[in-house]
Design a binder for this molecule. Sequence first.
Ligand SMILES: [Zn+2]
Length: 240
Amino acid sequence: MTAVTGALPTPKGVLAIGAHPDDVEFGCAATLARWTGDGAEAHLLILTDGAKGSWEPSEDVAALIETRKREAQEAAGVLGAVAVHFLDAVDGELESGLTLREAVCRVIRETGPDVVLGHDPWKRYRLHPDHRHAGFLTVDGVVAARDPHFFPKQGGHHRPSTLLLFEADEADHWEPAEESHLEVKVRALLSHRSQWRSTMGIESESDRAAFEQRVHNAAREAGEPAGLPYAEAFRCVDVD
Ligand SMILES: [Zn+2]
């Protein structure tokens, strides 16, 4: 385990990138809530259309995509984010190739964040390919955005100061959370109503309370190595 780095100062701008409409909320919602509460301008970028987010074989997929977009907007509002950007790649078929790298690079350049957050592409034994590819698109998008000779037709480059990877294989950075930030995290997650059953295991009021408890427990466990009551854990990657 490498040295524990301290919490970052509140960034002016932040961009959080997730494969699916609820990933950012699971990965870093408490940190986003704290930062937006302290005046940060937060943008969310969702790479896929969320079309696989149902266990129902007869699901109307086009309607599900629209529902998930609405839920993502609602969650972003709960988090105090200024905008959600959608790349609409097909859920389950995300690839970390040049086309999407260019699109991610464009969003980074246009939103100009100090801090970029995304999936850790190096997390071992990860099953879902979208999370792996989303991680590589985040890391590679940051590299492209910072240097002017990548995708020069976009015009203008932007170098974030920090890249934080959530679901980190080996965390080395912790952002503290308070009870109020966890409450926002739970509310943002619950905005994804279509995912209550499949992702959050919620089919009744008691399931909902248990889910809330799991979010708190995860934050408590995440904070333990850093001696924090509640936290979200990250791998901090130097962008220089
Ligand atoms: Zn996901």
